[in-house]
Design a protein. Structure first.
Length: 510
């Protein structure tokens, strides 16, 4: 194989020290014998389909997991990035978050010598919201499905809910909709979050009633607005590369208006929780259920959708919901909108339009005619040249600030944090909110539906002046920086978690 500069007007070339197979193929032409394909020659320079060295493997795992060990780095370096992704996507789910919460709940009463059966009426006051946080950290540190956990963590910051007091099981099952379907279809995710009771309470469309002037009731518009603005299509019409479409006056084109919100809100009427069953512990388990439909409360009038189609009058809630979800899911904005957000959560804050276009194309069609395949999207995000080729590392648009929760999980994962019981207990509700106030973030405790930080936030003094964004810097300041260092010091010198709930309660912070 011979290497020549792309400009052939001169035979002289400047020599410099570099590495073959690390993406340093800019401005280089590859010549090879007829027995070798052009792709193979280019792969040698770009590093594509070659095994990464230890540094490259660690960099990849930083994008694809919430933490990794030295053994993980060695494994990726030995097996290759693409094989690791394929293996991760085939792993069975070790446990769900709701299973972990139930296990912690029973364990709590055993340790507290307070015998009680799951679901019993007298147990209500003892299920704490911090149990779902325990479940999250236990899974991160003890289970091997690192990629699924990372994808779910990103999805959770797009399809946001806030944990409610004493409702750990409801929150855990909501999160499981994202976790279990992390490599599934986005249409299923959108449907499941739209029918989960916790979302119904959080965005106020549970018990949503049709318009009735006699009773002075009107459909709640909250969820209809947020499912469009934040969960699927965004505010502005987009090209497939994520750039805004412009009208004849050069102005961005809104994806919807107040009329569209009002029409869509009619779809989300009649959503209720099923009646209490004998022996059913209402406060504990109603939060972990899918809502059912009260047809009397559902608006039966015709509904005009954002694509111009009309849902006919007289249909059931289920029929209206299925068609409305399909219309949103098939909107051309969804691929670039969701794709860009996933890139920002996993790889870099400022992907180029070309990167977004490649990921959106994978969303639109996984190569087998399937739209919304999240497995294809995740692979496109992680295998893209902007994620893998080292010539991007020094580009001003490269990289992202690691979120506080991820900084903590990566630290503890690297040191293989564990306890004799196998349990990892946070310090109760006070500790949870203390974490959010100190470092700006705690898992599941987003202050609003807009997440802890906005995807288009730009630090004003430097980043914004460069035409870039820096989402995570919205919660980065002098206080959160110093507090994070203090947390790390306490983690290393004292303990990151407790061994059992008795210790947590004895520390007077539950």
């Amino acid at each position: 194989m011979l290497l020549f500069m792309s400009s052939m007007s001169s035979l002289s070339a400047q020599l410099y020290e570099d590495h073959i197979g690390n993406g340093n193929n800019v401005g280089v032409q590859v010549f090879h014998s007829d027995s070798i394909s052009t792709e193979i020659g280019e792969y040698t320079l770009s590093g594509k389909e070659l095994f990464p060295d230890l540094a490259a493997a660690s960099r990849f795992l930083g994008q694809a997991s919430l933490g990794h060990t030295w053994e993980d780095i060695e494994y990726v370096s030995e097996k290759g990035i693409e094989q690791w992704i394929d293996e991760q996507m085939k792993l069975p789910i070790p446990s769900t978050h709701i299973e972990r919460v139930d296990s912690q709940w029973v364990y709590t009463f055993e340790k507290l010598v307070f015998p009680v059966n799951p679901g019993a009426e007298n147990s209500d006051g003892f299920e704490r919201d911090y149990m779902y946080i325990n479940a999250f950290y236990e899974k991160v540190y003890t289970e091997d499905d690192a990629l699924r956990q990372k994808v779910a963590f990103g999805l959770n910051q797009i399809l946001v809910i806030k944990a409610e007091f004493n409702k750990a099981s409801g929150w855990a099952e909501y999160y499981d909709n994202l976790y279990v379907n992390a490599f599934g279809n986005f249409r299923d995710i959108l449907y499941k979050v739209s029918t989960h009771y916790t979302m119904g309470v959080y965005l106020s469309f549970r018990n949503n009633k049709k318009r009735d002037l006699g009773l002075n009731t009107f459909p709640d518009e909250n969820y209809a607005r947020e499912i469009m603005q934040l969960f699927s299509i965004g505010l502005w019409e987009l090209n497939n590369d994520g750039t805004q479409k412009l009208d004849e006056n050069g102005e961005p084109i809104p994806t919807y208006d107040i009329y569209d919100i009002q029409e869509l809100s009619k779809v989300f009427t009649g959503f209720v929780i099923e009646p209490k069953e004998p022996g059913f512990h209402r406060r504990r388990r109603e939060w972990s259920r899918e809502m059912i439909f009260n047809e009397y409360w559902h608006d039966k009038t015709a509904k005009k959708m954002i694509d111009g189609s009309v849902l006919p009058a007289g249909r059931t809630t289920q029929e209206d919901l299925d068609d409305a979800i399909d219309i949103l899911f098939n909107h051309p904005n969804v691929g670039p909108f969701i794709g860009k957000l996933m890139i920002q959560h996993m790889v870099k804050s400022n992907p180029t339009p070309a990167y977004v276009n490649r990921v959106a194309t994978a969303f639109n069609n996984n190569g087998k005619g399937v739209r919304g395949d999240m497995g294809a999207v995740v692979k496109a995000v992680l295998m893209d040249p902007e994620a893998r080729n080292c010539d991007w590392i020094s580009d001003p648009s490269a990289g992202k600030l690691i979120q506080p929760v991820e900084r903590i999980t990566k630290l503890n994962k690297a040191f293989k944090v564990s306890t004799p019981s196998g349990r990892l207990w946070v310090w109760g509700r006070n500790r949870m909110y203390d974490m959010r106030s100190r470092v700006g973030q705690e898992f599941g405790l987003s202050p609003t539906v807009f997440n802890f930080f906005l995807p288009d936030y730009a630090e004003p003094d430097v980043v914004a002046q460069s035409g870039l964004v820096s989402p995570e810097f919205q919660i980065m300041n002098t206080n959160t920086s110093i507090n994070y260092l203090n947390i790390v010091e306490n983690t290393l010198k004292i303990r990151p978690y407790f061994n059992n709930p008795v210790l947590a309660r004895q520390n007077h912070v539950t």
